[in-house]
Design a protein around this ligand. Structure first.
Ligand code: FES
Length: 118
């Protein structure tokens, strides 16, 4: 699929000094998080990793960028912090699959995981 044809979200999963760190979050299977996101969202949505997003105290951090059409209508990236269990990961996945920023309502529970971008 060419980029100009893509109309899905971009999910950026921070993986650097703190996010994805086994020493900081030994109970989290960080690789499995990525596999689950990709399995559930690709190819309609892209999932990529990034270097530190400067919000380490909120690790694991994940950012959902709106689909291009939603962005043109004013939707903005949504940041999530403390993405450390399957429950919040599943909520994020379902929301992105439903359209993500500017296209789908976020549950009250998922709102609690939103963070302010640094
Ligand atoms: S390593 Fe993810 S915010 Fe710093």
């Amino acid at each position: 699929m060419r980029d100009e044809e893509r109309d899905g979200c971009m999910v950026t999963v921070c993986r650097d000094c703190c996010c994805g760190s086994l020493s900081k979050h030994p109970a989290v299977d960080h690789d499995r998080q990525l596999e689950r996101l990709r399995a559930a969202l690709a190819p309609a949505h892209q999932v990529r990793t990034s270097l530190c997003l400067d919000a380490c105290s909120q690790s694991n951090v994940l950012v959902v960028q709106p689909a291009p059409e939603a962005r043109r209508r004013g939707a903005r990236p949504v940041w999530f912090g403390l993405v450390l269990d399957d429950l919040v990961l599943d909520d994020i996945t379902a929301w992105v699959a439903a359209g993500g920023p500017g296209r789908a309502e976020m549950s009250a529970m998922l709102e609690l995981s939103r963070i302010t971008p640094p």
